[in-house]
Design a protein around this ligand. Sequence first.
Ligand code: HEC
Ligand code: HEC
Ligand code: HEC
Ligand code: HEC
Ligand code: HEC
Length: 345
Amino acid sequence: MLGLGTVAALGALAEASTPVALPGPGPRARPDGYDVVRENARCEQCHQEIAAEWQSSLHRLAWDDPAFQSAYALEAQSFCRECHAPEHDPEAVSNGARHIGVGCVTCHVQGEQIIGARSISASAGHHAVAGDARLATTSACASCHQFDFREPQRALMQSTVDEHRASPYARETCQSCHMPTVEDAEGHSYRSHDFRVQGDTALLSSAVRAEARRLGDDGIVVSLRAGRVGHAFPTGDLFRRLEVRARIDGDGGPIAKPVVLARRFAMIPGENGPTRIQVGDDRLPANGDPRHVELHFGEEIRSRTVQWEVAYQRMDGPMAQLFGIDPAKDEVIVARGTWSGERSQ
Ligand code: HEC
Ligand code: HEC
Ligand code: HEC
Ligand code: HEC
Ligand code: HEC
């Protein structure tokens, strides 16, 4: 929560009667009797395009997401609800508010005010908007998209904000890539709210540049670097990974042992029980430095055809199976190529 002094200094607020906080984890301060489910439905009624995008987003699904529910069933900690059900009210008996996930109200309502990136005064047909320019900056995303494991763990569970700072795109906000300007049916432009990454093969593929060359008599090296992406690839959840793999002579041919690029963790003994630390990070770094992945077949590849590919996976196969997800359907091929003779294409 910000002090009143900071709020006054912002100056841009239409009515700075209540201190304004950025979008972030719950519980969110709400006036007595404020019904978040009903208020969220009201926003949806008037802002229909944005509502349709949000309905299909993982923000909307943050609580109902089957992958989240599977993980929460194994590790049901109240702190998970701070981001996956920020409208959850710890005092309420029933909690329908969980199911709106990260709602319109989570990002746009403070006290009695509707917050937007700029101020608009009320007039016939629409409400006032209290402007807070920070809504158009990375600060609007930071407190949910970077955080630690709970004590006694000593590692970042997600580190997207630090990665973004180290990226050549550090001056571009999260919104500039994740809320592109789109047009509604009448041709009015506005910022998209689908925040889509999962299932967007084009966006995922834009995050990597890859090429391959021969390595000795029996292998290839695939060189990968981050493409147009404002952080490491992959970023976000700690189980995201890339798998680099190759085979000779098409289906049924010999395959090389795949190489996985991901964050790696270990448990070490600690004063208050086992403590998780990060022991490695093989992802494509945000700063664009390359990773060279060596794949060996254990047999001569000269004059044969090698096919290689890079698969983005939300989680490893055993975990996907545990969560009831078909691992083959959960991956996206983000780069592929063929090496034949001395040429690579
Ligand atoms: C009765 C219809 C109506 C309801 C209900 C409504 N809005 Fe609006 N809202 C409007 C109109 C009309 C405008 C001004 C035109 C525009 O930008 O769409 C507006 C403007 C905005 C803006 C600023 C847009 C800009 O151009 O910067 C935001 C943000 C916003 N609304 C969010 C919300 C949220 C969040 C809710 C629910 C708490 C909500 N609105 C409820 C009709 C409504
Ligand atoms: C995860 C946070 C988040 C959620 C959830 C969210 N918004 Fe927004 N919204 C933003 C941000 C950030 C902006 C400002 C983007 C910018 O200008 O850079 C914005 C902009 C807007 C605007 C102005 C759009 C424009 O460009 O004219 C409206 C209207 C709006 N939101 C309504 C809604 C409604 C209605 C919902 C729910 C259906 C919703 N928002 C859900 C973060 C959110
Ligand atoms: C209240 C916490 C919260 C805020 C604020 C928030 N997010 Fe999220 N965001 C989440 C959660 C939780 C998920 C994942 C939900 C799931 O998959 O279960 C998520 C998912 C995403 C995804 C992944 C979508 C996909 O298809 O994989 C993107 C991209 C994203 N958020 C961008 C943003 C941006 C940009 C902002 C700032 C404008 C923002 N978020 C603000 C909590 C938040
Ligand atoms: C230059 C464009 C760009 C900027 C800036 C950017 N992103 Fe991304 N983001 C991408 C691309 C491309 C992907 C898909 C590749 C990936 O997963 O890394 C992505 C993926 C994501 C994902 C999904 C990760 C997953 O695998 O589930 C999240 C969450 C996310 N971004 C959050 C953010 C946040 C938060 C910021 C600001 C701190 C931000 N992004 C800034 C381009 C960008
Ligand atoms: C500070 C906010 C925050 C907290 C606390 C948090 N998460 Fe998340 N979680 C996120 C965000 C943001 C994402 C989206 C990142 C991405 O798309 O890669 C996410 C993604 C996930 C995903 C991936 C969902 C998918 O669709 O693949 C799982 C599973 C998950 N969280 C489980 C948990 C569990 C279990 C807890 C509690 C132990 C927890 N989270 C606590 C913010 C949070």
